[in-house]
Write a new protein. Sequence first.
Length: 135
Amino acid sequence: THKRKEQIMASWEVIRNMLLGIPSYNFELDTENIVSVIVNTESGRDQKVYICNEGDSVSINAAVCKLEDVDLNKLFAAPLMRDLTYGLGVMTNHLAVKHWQLLEDIDVAEVTKPIIRIAFLADNLESMLTGQDLY
């Protein structure tokens, strides 16, 4: 008999407290509605990711570079754009990798996976577009 794992429905408080309680990452409470973490990526690089309360959903965002530094031809010609599974958008005046999840659909045990994936994707895009490691 195969037992189905019971999914724990999340609230922002559950997500926030779970993230702040993970000892292997240094999550910080920026405001009551924003938690951030710096993820070590590759070759000594890192990427800051913001997890935000959006009411009935959670957004996960990582800045790539200033909008004025985006070369659209270079961006869309990049091989990693073929397999892009997250969205690109604007975060203040920055190009950002973004993802949203409804709180009712979040499996608390798997909430960190998109944070790590977004960190690596944003860092790769930042390296490709600017050659720098600012975010």
